[in-house]
Design a binder for this molecule. Structure first.
Ligand code: ADP
Ligand code: MG
Ligand code: ZN
Length: 511
């Protein structure tokens, strides 16, 4: 198979995502009062409504509607005041009613968009000469470092409910084929679920990965879901087709399921782009089919072929009255939206003078940004940027640091009292305890001496003693200053600040 880079010279990859997110932070299910929980014994959180008993009537969860409207506002969607629920019929034991309650042509949220900032190595996946955004109209501008911003349109976000969990035992990989027994756990049945569908505007696996990541950060910041790809509270289907460069018509797409990490999403799309190019270049055709990504074998395999559209007999649900959202309700949802990652990132860059990539990392995760802002309390001057530096470069290696400990380490580093290597040693010692890094530095006698008055006699002594090296320096061998710093460090028993020694030695040698 050709590489992704080779394929994308001749072919344009067209990608659209369908993302399901469980509203895990709610207390109860979508249409009944059953508790939402993940680890209760099977079939303990059930009632006549979510078990589909005849005559049981659903009542929509107002908080779930609030969550989806917040999701829509945060992704620049139009909030539709009038919409309704539909029944999507199918027969399978994971839905006892034999239909899923979902939305029809009009969803609560329609026609939004997110702007994706693509930078670093991932920005190279899109050929530099390819500057048209997915909407086919907007030109994409490249920065000098190759990064660019791609607008991605969102078709809709609709409200629906999750199905029960099926467990197949005795077969291979938990699949139904060859299984001896199948179990159904209705605890998950009726969990509020929002489905976001993008327009086919994504052009590279990296853009798809970043879109998912941005969605995860946005929904987590809104507090509407824990968005765990691993546990399945956020799930993504990747639709992908190829077309010749310059062609306007869309090619036939394949849909990829079973994607449970950002890396899988990227790699599955990359594989599928290369596979489709090979098929097409050999004169074959792409079937509209559902494929399954096998991470261990790094390939996709066919799950089922779609020859005709499934007929779900979609029809308005007579048990649920159409919605009429009021301006007050929508305004209240708007007022609940906290500062979103993009705004937060811009604020961090501007107020704290930290570089974009670091600011984006700190602003992306609500727990991380909360920790960061707590660590900043009472910190001033140079130490502010150092808190960010410690958060990005040191803190992620530790699991139990307190914000005050990060602040304290940052202050020590900003004052040149310790080196980065020493900071690691101190963090090893305080992680998971309530010890203050300052105290550890003092206990272990680690504090570096940076005071010129204390360092100067040592510098003078070393210069007087090392006459050969001084002569070499004057003859143009500037590297010898490293040796002299070493001598100063030895003479100070490792306590002197090497940066200061270097500065003082250079100043005296150049004088
Ligand atoms: P389906 O009915 O098979 O689910 P939809 O038309 O609802 O298909 O589209 C589902 C997703 O696939 C959307 O994100 C859409 O943008 C994307 N999509 C549609 N057609 C194509 C195509 N030809 N190539 C790539 N993605 C596509
Ligand atoms: Mg689909
Ligand atoms: Zn119930």
């Amino acid at each position: 198979m050709k590489t992704l880079e080779e394929v994308l010279k001749d072919w344009e990859a067209v990608i659209g995502l369908e993302v399901h997110t469980e509203l895990t932070t709610l207390d109860t299910k979508m249409f009944c009062n059953c508790r939402l929980s993940h680890n209760d014994p099977p079939n303990t959180n059930v009632c006549p409504v979510c078990l589909g008993m005849p005559g049981a009537l659903p009542v929509p969860n107002k908080k779930a509607i609030q969550s989806i409207v917040m999701a829509g506002l945060a992704t620049n969607c139009q909030i539709m005041k009038h919409s309704m629920f539909y029944r999507k019929h199918y027969f399978y034991p994971d839905m006892a009613k034999n239909y899923q309650t979902t939305q029809g042509p009009v969803a609560f949220c329609m026609h939004g968009h997110l702007d994706l900032k693509v930078s670093g190595a991932g920005a190279k996946e899109r050929p530099a000469w390819e500057t048209l955004a997915g909407d086919g109209e907007t030109e994409i501008e490249r920065e000098e470092d190759g990064s660019y911003t791609a607008p991605i349109r969102i078709l809709r976000i609709h409200m629906e409910e999750d199905a029960a969990k099926m467990v197949h035992s005795g077969g291979e990989e938990g699949r139904i084929t060859g299984a001896a027994e199948s179990f159904v756990d209705y605890n998950r049945c009726g969990t509020p679920l929002i489905e976001l569908v993008t327009e086919p505007d994504l052009r590279t696996p990296e853009e798809a990965r970043l879109f998912m990541e941005k969605l995860q950060q946005t929904f987590r910041t809104l507090g509407i879901s824990d968005c765990s790809l691993e546990s399945g509270s956020m799930r993504c289907d990747g639709n992908i087709s190829l077309r010749r460069r310059g062609e306007k018509r869309l090619g036939t797409k394949a849909e990829m399921k079973n994607i449970n990490s950002f890396k899988s999403l990227h790699d599955a799309l990359e594989y599928e782009i290369r596979r489709q190019a090979e098929v097409l270049e050999e004169g074959g055709i792409i079937y509209q089919e559902t494929r399954h990504w096998e991470p261990s074998k790094r390939r996709t395999i066919v799950m089922r072929q779609k020859e005709t559209a499934d007929d779900y007999r979609l029809m308005p649900d007579p048990d649920l009255a159409p919605f009429d959202l009021s301006d007050e309700f929508i305004d209240d949802c708007r007022s609940r939206i906290p500062e979103l990652p993009d705004e937060k990132c811009a604020r961090y860059e501007k107020s704290y003078g930290i570089k974009h990539a670091d600011a984006a990392q700190l602003a992306g995760d609500p727990d991380v940004s909360k920790f960061f802002e707590e660590a900043l309390e009472g910190v001033e001057g140079k130490a502010v940027a150092m808190v960010a530096n410690v958060m990005v470069n040191l803190a992620p290696s530790y699991d139990a640091l307190a914000p005050a400990q990060v602040a304290s380490i940052a202050k020590l580093l900003a004052a040149d009292a310790i080196t980065f290597a020493q900071a690691r040693e101190v963090l090893d010692a305080v992680n998971g305890t309530d010890k203050d890094p300052e105290a550890v530095v003092d206990e272990r006698g680690m504090r570096q001496v940076s005071d010129a008055g204390a360092l100067e006699p040592i510098v003078d002594e070393v210069l007087a003693r090392c006459t050969d090296q001084v002569a070499q320096y004057k003859a143009g061998n500037k590297k010898v200053v490293g040796y002299l710093v070493g001598q100063c460090m030895k003479a100070s028993k490792g306590k002197g600040n090497p940066k200061r020694f270097n500065e003082m030695l250079t100043a005296k040698l150049e004088a």
